[in-house]
Ligand binder design. Structure first.
Ligand code: ZN
Length: 215
């Protein structure tokens, strides 16, 4: 299994709470995601460089045989091809794969008036800065560190993240891709704890092409 401490030597990118970033990755390249202050949900997407295929939660759930990936799992795209490997998970796990990205309609439904940042907007803006162009839709994200309780009756409950400060995961790209992350700006439902949203940190393995592209 991958040895985490090496990742602290990789180039680092800060993702401010409520914002998103995109990172171009070559096949074989790794990225660490650190939940700096804990309890921050990080919506995560991977898109191939042609923009034609994307990390798919429904296909991944079938491929891994579980609702949530664990270390060693290979996540797949919408054509069932391996796209990301979760090679290290030093968190409570249980990363959500069921809930869509927050968006303007979600905040309106929660009673918010005016513009509220959202993971859907963060995804669109970050992707637009990569040269892949705007996204016509938002694929369902892998919601890193997000806790959703599933009752025996099949009921879902969104609860505060159990991720401790410093909780961290590492992915390896299995195709050339753009990784997009959003430090979820949700502050009307307590998924990010009482003090969210807060910044997270990416550590991107060389070469230098693995630099942040979008803001
Ligand atoms: Zn969100």
């Amino acid at each position: 299994m991958f040895n985490w401490p090496d990742a602290e030597l990789w180039p680092s990118v800060t993702v401010e709470g409520g914002s998103g970033r995109a990172v171009r990755m070559a096949a074989g390249q790794r990225v660490g995601v650190v939940n700096t202050h804990g309890q921050q949900v990080v919506d995560t997407w991977a898109v191939t460089l042609t923009g034609e295929r994307y990390l798919s939660m429904s296909h991944t759930r079938l491929a891994i045989g579980r609702l949530s990936p664990t270390a060693g799992d290979v996540l797949v795209d919408d054509q069932r091809q391996p796209i990301l490997a979760l090679v290290c998970d030093e968190s409570p796990g249980g990363h959500d794969t069921l809930i869509p990205a927050c968006d303007a309609r979600r905040y309106r439904a929660l009673g918010f008036q005016g513009y509220h940042p959202s993971c859907a907007d963060n995804y669109a803006h970050a992707l637009a800065g990569t040269g892949l162009g705007a996204s016509a839709r938002t694929p369902d994200p892998l919601n890193l560190f997000m806790a959703v309780d599933l009752s025996a009756a099949g009921e879902l409950a969104l609860v505060p993240s159990a991720a401790q400060a410093g909780a961290r995961v590492v992915f390896e790209a299995l195709q050339d891709l753009v990784l997009v992350v959003s430090a979820c700006p949700q502050d009307l439902v307590p998924i990010n704890g009482a003090d969210g949203p807060r910044r997270v940190q990416l550590f991107i393995e060389g070469p230098a092409s693995g630099t942040a592209l979008g803001a």
